[in-house]
Design a binder for this molecule. Structure first.
Ligand code: NAD
Length: 268
């Protein structure tokens, strides 16, 4: 039984993870952590998640509980994940990271740490989205330079980063299928006198509102036809189920940085 810690245990994803770990025959909730000063600190993680007592109270310092766990699942914010990576690195604890909006230097540090501690990082843990990654790469390879590609994502009004990490990963897969470098061809939104569209570019657009869990559409727009590939998440359980699958998988891996395609055995 893998001993799992959840950091961000009082958050939307954290509560879903706590709930699903309780239903898992292979994973044991061994620690829960959230931000110092929050009212939930010291409370039972199961009570906070709305499932009744689970016997694990929410701590406010990962360093104090890291020795109790085999794998940490982190869905928090970038600055917290940066700190948690260092703590897990020191303790040799495996990580499953879902936090989006990591900076380039934070991503470089994650890569460095993953050379000694196994880390799964996925911008989206849903199995449907990972299937979508494969599908858009294939479509891009088929269409080649005959289409304009636009990526539209929609999320709840509380999301703090844009475009979503998933939209960027979709862009990476499209760019790979087209043989382009995403960083030099991505264009974020349009406003004013933009000039005609350059075929080389890949457009990103972010919609924010209400409680939308997460929707992504990749449009391949040709002269006389348009292919749209859309994924709609209807609940956070998708992401949590994928992250738990990753947690069960990473305990048996050698150091390295992995993503959900590795976990699913789809990496090429
Ligand atoms: P949320 O705001 O509901 O929860 C974040 C939690 O992290 C909060 O409880 C907050 O108190 C806690 N936190 C913040 N700083 C902390 C610190 N220093 N130490 C400990 N805990 C800290 O957000 P959410 O909707 O649960 O999403 C969390 C992250 O996961 C976001 O980056 C989001 O984009 C990402 N996310 C990723 C996926 C995926 O599949 N990769 C899916 C959903 C959400």
């Amino acid at each position: 039984m893998a001993r799992v810690g959840v950091v961000g245990a009082a958050g939307k994803m954290g509560k879903t993870l706590v709930k699903l770990i309780q239903q898992s025959p292979d994973l044991d909730l061994a620690a829960a952590v959230d931000l110092p000063g929050l009212q939930v600190i010291g409370q039972d993680a199961g009570i906070v998640a709305g499932i009744g007592e689970v016997g694990v109270s929410i701590a406010d310092d990962l360093a104090q509980v890291v020795a109790d766990i085999d794998v940490l699942i982190d869905f928090t914010i970038a600055v917290a994940t940066e700190k948690n990576l260092e703590i897990c690195h020191k303790a040799g604890t495996r990580m499953v990271i879902g936090t989006t909006g990591l900076s380039e230097s934070q991503t470089v540090r994650m890569d460095e740490i993953s050379s000694s501690v196994p880390v799964v990082f996925a911008s989206n843990y849903s199995i449907g989205v990972n299937a979508t990654f494969q599908l858009v790469e294939m479509a891009a390879g088929i269409f080649g330079d005959t289409v304009d590609v636009e990526i539209i994502e929609s999320h709840h009004r509380h999301k703090v980063d844009a475009p979503s990490g998933t939209a960027l990963s979709l862009g990476e897969h499209v760019a790979k299928g087209l043989g382009r470098d995403l960083a030099s061809v991505s264009r974020h939104g349009r406003h004013g006198l933009t000039g005609a569209r350059d075929r080389e570019t890949i457009g990103f657009h972010a919609v924010r509102g209400g409680e939308i869990v997460g929707e992504h559409t990749v449009m391949f727009i040709a002269g006389g036809e348009r292919l749209e590939i859309t994924h709609r998440a209807q609940s956070r359980a998708n992401f949590a189920e994928g992250a738990l699958r990753a947690a069960g998988w990473i305990v048996n891996q050698v150091p390295g940085r992995y993503d959900m395609l590795d976990v699913l055995g789809l990496a090429r």
